[in-house]
Every structure is written in C-alpha cells, then in structure tokens.
Design a protein around this ligand. Sequence first.
Ligand code: IMP
Length: 206
Amino acid sequence: MTHRKLAPGKLIIASHNQGKVREIRALLEPYGIEPVSAGDLDLPEPEETGTTFAENALLKARASAEGANCVALADDSGLCVAALDGRPGVYTADWAERQWFEGEKGRDWYMAMGKVEGKLAEQGPDVDRSAYFTCTLALAWPDGHSEIFEGQVHGSLVWPPRGIMGFGYDPVFQPNLQDGNHDVTFAELDPEAKHAMSHRADAFNK
Ligand code: IMP
C-alpha cells in the first residue's frame, strides 16, 4: 500500500488536550510543519463515540480537516493494563471524568490513577503490574484521504505517583528502559527523554 506523504506547511493538531498538543508540537519540530491547534482555531471537539483508538482518532482528524479545510492530525491514546484485560484502554480519559462544583464536568488524573490502583489492589499483592501506553495517530486530508499510524511503549505501574512533568497518567508509569534502569516514571523524565521513547514518538516515527 502506498502512503500519502505529508508536505511541509500548515497542519491542524486536532486536540484540545494541552499536554498532547505540547508533545505533538515538539515531535513535529524537525519536519518543517507549522502546527495550529484545534483549540486555537475554536474548532468544535467531536464526541469520541468510537470503540477503537483508530475510530476515535479518525473522527477527530476528519472533524478538524473538514472544519478548517486543511490537513489535520489527531492522536487517540490510552493506557492498557494487563491485569485489567487492557482497561482503561480506549476509555482512559473517561476514567478521569468527574463532576466539579455546580455540576461542571472536569478531569481528575489523580482520581483516575487511584481508580486503576484500586482495581489492581483487588487482585492482591502479587498482581501483574505490567501496562503499556498506546497511541494511534490519524492524518486526514480535506479530500477525505486518511492515514493511520500506531505506536506503543511498555512498562509497569507504580504506586504512589511520582514526578511533576508530562500529563495524564505519567506519574504512575515506569517505562521499561533499555539500559535496565526501571526506576523513573514518565513524569520524572525530561520531555526530551520521554519523546525519545514514548508511544507517541513511536507512532510519529512510523
Ligand atoms: P484521548 O486520546 O483524548 O481519548 O485520551 C487519552 C488519555 O490517555 C489522555 O487524556 C491521557 O490521560 C492518557 N494518555 C495518553 N497519552 C499519555 C501520555 O503520554 N502520558 C500520560 N497519559 C497519557
């Protein structure tokens, strides 16, 4: 199958998640691409009604490509925990959903990490703590063409959370590092170090 190449120029990052937008901007830097986020353009955020990462990534990329008449890139990602049969998976962001005051909805990542840990704890102290992050990138062109790329990073979950960098579930995820050092979480790594090995970087390389 021949892939369509992305030409240098303007590209919409079809995301309203600041953590993701920051990482995607850094990963695009070497390619002569000028990223503009969907949030900056006030493009609507479609509901993620898909049941797979690819469906949701395409849904977001297509909405922005059509809304701005420009190539758009979306990322749908999540944390898959072995002992939880791959959950939260495609529902990773939903596990962080909570009601704030006056019924306003928001996301609480510490609550979500606690939920994962609670479910692991139910399985006893010897539970398998291995997990991976997965990232599906969808590129959509205004003429309807699209391309999909997937990347993963394997590691294990720690408790309590450690580190202040990154976003989402980074403080509980320790990647399996090639040099045998397994003691740092993604939230304790410099952004450059995370970008050299993350699921997002793996998908970007493809
Ligand atoms: P969605 O792709 O917007 O549906 O949400 C995926 C969720 O997975 C994010 O909101 C994060 O909580 C989590 N996630 C994805 N990538 C990462 C990462 O690199 N670090 C930590 N959490 C991540």
